[in-house]
Ligand binder design. Structure first.
Ligand SMILES: C[S@@+](CC[C@H](N)C(=O)[O-])C[C@H]1O[C@@H](n2cnc3c(N)ncnc32)[C@H](O)[C@@H]1O
Length: 351
């Protein structure tokens, strides 16, 4: 006789097969995707919902009647069965969320790459908090050495504009299929407020700051609020050797002389790996120049080491993604099991 654990395993193995097939359809670029195939793929999964739910209900009833004594005794089979059924319940609870997630991939509409993520960043409260964190993180005035080096003082880019750049970079990474473990660098990070904000989007966020007082304040602030994901290092962007370690590089008006800025831009573009997203929001010489190896996605977003055609293709792909962070299997507090292939392929979240 098949046990309940075996039955649950069978249902879930079938669902995994269906989810894997559907994930392959979802992974096709949006302008070539077969929406009808995605709908059919989901219908096949939907047909299994009743079966899975009925199995769960039956087993819960049976468990209540017979397990109490054995569970108290810590019987291993009972524990295993309970664990398997808990996992099944957690996965069944995701069903509607997954239906919505899949539906969004059928015929996604194109959203320009420079689109603000949400009105929340324009909200007075968010702006107030951003400005407060900026002042608290770095209460220092500029050191004479930094001024003599050609540095601007720590003047913050406004929150709404910054967030728009972050979600643009995130969507480009999503289109490149490499959001996982992404590394962000703010060249000229002041007290580190933007490093902290970037950690909403990227796994590891660094700031590089020339001014010793700013850098010490930024390092302390990051240590205090986000030691796992954020740090600020003291150093000179003009001699920094590690731009090749990053996936997204941002710099906002660090230097007040065009010639120095051109040197910094050239260094970043030369060292950055092909495909690195470079965000350079200021009025400057950074326009497609023959000596910069890269292409423009949309002002002020650039990609290092690719042709203009590749950058255009990537932008188009990214414009078919959503304006939100996509949750992958590891972002859930439990094993997402048969839903995992769909979550891995997703370009939108489930809302
Ligand atoms: C305009 S602030 C930008 C602050 C923050 N990144 C933002 O976007 O809100 C420029 C910062 O770049 C720093 N900076 C200037 N030149 C630098 C260099 N060569 N290396 C590292 N940091 C530099 C300045 O000290 C200043 O803190």
């Amino acid at each position: 006789m098949t046990t309940s654990v075996q039955q649950a395993d069978t249902v879930q193995a079938e669902l995994l097969g269906l989810a894997t097939e559907l994930a392959a359809e979802m992974a096709v670029p949006a302008d070539r995707r077969d929406g009808a195939a995605i709908r059919r793929g989901w219908e096949r999964i939907e047909l299994q919902r009743r079966r899975a739910s009925a199995l769960l209900r039956r087993e819960r009833r049976r468990g209540r009647d017979s397990d109490a004594g054995e569970a108290r005794a810590g019987h291993k089979d009972v524990r295993d069965r309970k664990k398997a059924l808990t996992q099944l319940r957690q996965r069944i609870d995701m069903w509607d969320q997954m239906r919505d997630l899949v539906a969004r991939h059928v015929a996604p509409r194109r959203v320009p790459i420079r689109t603000a993520r949400t009105l929340a960043t324009e909200d007075g409260l968010a702006i107030l908090l951003h400005n407060a964190v900026y002042l608290l993180a770095n209460p220092h005035t500029q050191t004479p050495e930094a001024r003599a080096h050609g540095c601007f003082a720590d003047i913050p880019m406004p929150l709404p504009q910054f967030d728009m750049l972050m979600i643009a970079a995130y969507r480009l990474l999503l289109a490149q299929g490499r959001t996982e473990g992404a590394r962000f660098l703010d060249v000229g990070s002041g007290g580190g407020t933007k490093v902290l904000l970037a950690s909403h989007y990227f796994a590891a966020c660094d700031g590089l700051e020339y001014d010793t007082a700013y850098a010490a304040a930024g390092a302390r602030a990051m240590q205090l609020v986000a030691p796992e994901t954020c740090r600020v290092m003291q150093g000179d962007g003009l001699t920094f050797e590690h731009y090749g370690d990053y996936d997204v590089i941002y710099f906002y008006r660090p230097l007040n002389e065009d010639a120095l800025l051109a040197r910094l831009e050239e260094r970043i573009f030369t060292q950055a790996r092909p495909g690195t997203i470079i965000l350079a929001p200021y009025n400057t010489s950074l326009r497609p120049r023959p000596d910069l190896d890269g292409a423009k996605v949309a002002d002020p977003v650039f990609i290092a080491g690719v042709s203009q055609r590749e950058a255009d293709d990537l932008r188009r792909k990214a414009e078919y993604t959503g304006l939100e962070i996509v949750r992958r299997p590891r972002d859930f507090p439990f094993d997402t099991g048969f839903w995992s292939p769909i979550l891995e392929a997703a370009q939108f979240n489930g809302g």
